[in-house]
Design a protein around this ligand. Structure first.
Ligand code: SF4
Length: 453
């Protein structure tokens, strides 16, 4: 049994960790944690798994305690990525619908400015940003549609689909509760083969963006989700990658006439060049599209690309099973900081050249946490989609209903091997064993009660 130390004078002792339990599929569970704080149990999403594998303590803060730094209350403008997804979801006939949604969002920001409530200038900036994002998203998607039209040998069987499943990862322990959100599932009409389609927007070079994708958590979790949900293993991915152009629609995109200018003085005296005379009308989207094409050409990258990637590994490789099992421990363990180790490499404490939001807590003794959290953080109630609502600290929200959920085991028709007995990544020993440093030992007797090391 792990002996936990306390720093707060009020916290006399830490309770024993609970046995494994399988959360329900329709909503996150909220429970009172041992430190008088609410703690949630949420499905494992690829982003939360990645957080946990990088730093378990950060996972506890974001996914279990659900605390986040207080931010300015102004709603952020619709992001470029969300607009690209919306346009891809609705297709060409839906362009006007997306435009109306953008207009409504922009009008909200404009009304803040008109009411003189935009003290920091954020609403004015958001009103401009949202249109820039929309035009960039529309340009990227239009170029993709032109360059890679959808072959009619495929049909879409699911679109923007959230899948919630309890997956039996066949290691003798309880199923793992996971959630994946898929852009599209396609089926080849003739063969019935399934493909997962994913849209990605990036500001970087496309080859750089794709580094490690085939063995990434996202790629593997999506595949596992579809395999369980459809009871059939997908054969590959279709990846549409759209690189964000750094140019925005502006006055340069107005219509123009051309004329020949003759230099009258200077070293070019007597020479001529063709110049543009812009017509005093609003910019035209087609002109902006032409400029984007040229921008992609000049930057030496295709800009929009569509790849087909065939899966060559089992649906549930041991690497993935091991990672899911490790994270599923933190998903349900008692939300006590000592059980969630910090990232002692400190890599994630300063990734992307910025200090982690939770550093004020990690660098301070737990006895000071209540005051720090009260002053700097807020609790955001999660829903099953992984979206957080801003709430006053301690207030409990109502989770949204999911689209659909199911309990399932791994499909029978996959190539996934059953982990070998005695494999260290997927232990089958039913004896309670101490976990890694700072982790609890799990009570005996419950199904699958040892911790992967
Ligand atoms: S500051 Fe470092 S240790 Fe603390 S939560 Fe962030 S990444 Fe983890």
């Amino acid at each position: 049994m792990v002996k936990a130390t306390k720093e707060s004078g009020e916290r006399k002792s830490l309770p024993q960790p609970r046995a494994w339990e399988v959360p329900p599929l329709d909503k996150p569970i909220v429970k009172e944690s041992s430190l008088g704080r609410k703690a949630w149990i949420q499905p494992l999403r690829q982003s939360s798994c990645a957080t946990c594998l990088g730093c378990a303590r950060k996972y506890m803060f974001t996914q279990r305690w659900c605390i986040f730094l207080r931010r300015p209350t102004l709603k952020k403008a619709l992001s470029l990525g969300r607009m690209v997804h919306r346009l891809m979801e609705l297709g060409r006939p839906g362009i006007n619908i997306v435009r109306k949604e953008v207009d409504i969002e922009a009008a909200e920001f404009t009304s803040i400015v008109e009411r003189d409530e935009d003290l920091m200038g954020e609403a004015a900036l958001a009103a401009t940003t949202i249109y820039n994002n929309y035009q960039q998203a529309l340009a990227m998607v239009t170029l993709l549609w032109q360059k890679h039209p959808r072959p009619d040998t495929y049909e879409t069987i699911e679109r923007e689909r959230r899948i919630l499943i309890n997956v039996d990862i066949i290691d003798g322990k309880p199923p793992v509760f996971i959630s994946v959100k898929l852009d599209e599932i396609l089926q080849v009409k003739e063969t019935g083969d399934l493909f997962i389609r994913d849209f990605k927007t990036t500001s970087s070079n496309i080859a750089y963006t794709l580094t490690g994708y085939s063995y990434s958590l996202q790629c593997r979790m999506y595949r596992l989700g579809v395999a369980v949900h459809q009871n059939k293993s997908p054969v590959g991915f279709i990846l549409d990658i759209l690189r964000k152009p750094t140019i925005v629609m502006c006055d340069k995109d107005r219509d123009y006439t051309e004329y020949v200018h003759t230099f009258k003085r200077g070293y070019r005296r007597g020479q001529t060049e063709t110049r543009k005379k812009f017509i005093d009308r609003p910019p035209i989207f087609e002109n902006y599209l032409d400029r984007c094409r040229q921008w992609y050409k000049d930057s030496g990258d295709e800009g929009v690309q569509s790849f087909s990637v065939r899966f060559v590994e089992p649906v549930l490789p041991l690497e993935l099973a091991s990672a899911l099992r490790r994270v599923s421990y933190y998903q349900v363990a008692a939300a006590i900081p000592g059980f969630f180790p910090r990232d002692i490499t400190t890599q994630h404490c300063k990734s992307f050249n910025r200090v982690c939001d939770y550093y004020p807590l990690c660098q301070t003794g737990e006895s000071a946490w209540d005051a720090i959290i009260e002053e700097q953080y807020e609790v955001r109630t999660p829903d099953v989609e992984g979206e957080y609502k801003t709430k006053t600290t301690g207030e409990e929200g109502t989770p949204n209903e999911p689209e659909k959920s199911q309990t399932a085991t791994q499909p029978k028709d996959t190539n996934s091997p059953r982990p070998a007995d005695g494999d260290t990544d997927t232990p089958t020993d039913k004896t309670s064993t101490p976990g890694p440093t700072g982790q609890p030992d799990v009570p005996q007797g419950s199904k699958g009660d040892t911790i992967p090391t």
